[in-house]
Design a protein around this ligand. Structure first.
Ligand code: ATP
Length: 245
């Protein structure tokens, strides 16, 4: 509905001290959609997610211009905990699970505001249905899971907060093609269940197959954007990001 535009980023600039990482970034992620952000190493993809999730300050970065709005709430300037409370949850790159804690303890750590125990139980059931292996390995240490299973756990932990929107940072990085395909399929399923997704990926083919809209970042600026299907056909994207001459 037009009264809820989802996530809107307007003319965003981000610096790390003297380093400008993003400038003039504008994009939107309509409620219920998957939007992809593509770009090579250092293009600023992680920085964009950190700006949305309120975690820039942990990396000595800051927003110097523009604004980020989700629904009716301004996220720019909000603390990370306030962003999560608004339903916007980041799955960090490198699937940082708590390696020495069990799978179950990792999931519990994601269930914020566990005052509502029935809600937490419902969230856990959703996670276990999406990723049965997390139920099978509930008592195992997370550090003993395979790379793909750790990615599942990282996504599952984020889902425990019952997010309206997920920020996914390179969920298939370093995974074998079969596992990457499974993760992609799950992202599609999570979205079909009603969760809005902002997906940052170097795997352009995968991201463009999931997303409705996509943006290409280069050295901190949006250089190309449009419907994902159009970008997948664009000669420039095919040459530079899909490896097709
Ligand atoms: P990657 O996939 O390698 O993470 P990326 O597209 O996510 O790349 P960012 O990590 O957002 O890119 O980095 C964007 C720019 O900001 C780069 O030039 C990077 O060197 C710089 N940068 C990132 N984090 C910091 C930091 N904590 N301090 C200083 N500069 C940083």
């Amino acid at each position: 509905p037009p009264e809820d535009p989802g996530l809107v980023v307007r003319d965003l600039a981000v610096n790390y001290g003297p380093v400008t990482a993003l400038r003039g970034i504008s994009l939107s992620v309509p409620r219920g959609s998957i939007v992809a952000v593509l770009g090579g190493n250092g293009a600023g993809k992680s920085t964009l997610l950190r700006a949305v999730s309120g975690t820039l300050r942990f990396h000595r970065g800051g927003i110097t211009a523009g604004e980020i709005v989700f629904g009716r709430t301004r996220l720019s300037g909000a603390a990370a905990s306030a962003v999560v409370a608004r339903g916007v949850v980041q799955v960090p790159e490198g699937r940082r699970v708590f390696a020495r804690m069990t799978v179950e303890e990792n999931l519990r750590a994601g269930a914020l505001g566990a005052r509502d125990r029935r809600a937490a139980a419902g969230a856990r059931e959703r996670v276990h249905t999406l990723f049965p292996v997390l139920a099978e390995r509930a008592r195992q240490r997370a550090g003993l899971l395979s790379g793909g299973e750790q990615q599942m756990l990282a996504i599952g932990r984020a889902l425990m907060a019952r997010p309206a929107m997920l920020l996914l940072d390179e969920p298939t990085l370093g995974l074998a093609p079969m596992m990457a395909a499974r993760i992609a399929e799950t992202v599609r399923e999570i979205n079909a269940q009603g969760t809005t997704v902002l997906l940052v990926e170097q795997n352009a083919a995968m991201a463009l197959s999931l997303a409705s809209q996509a943006y290409v970042l280069e050295v901190g600026e949006v250089v190309l954007s449009g419907p994902a299907a159009d970008l997948a056909r664009s000669d420039e994207v095919r040459r530079r990001y899909l490896g097709i001459e």
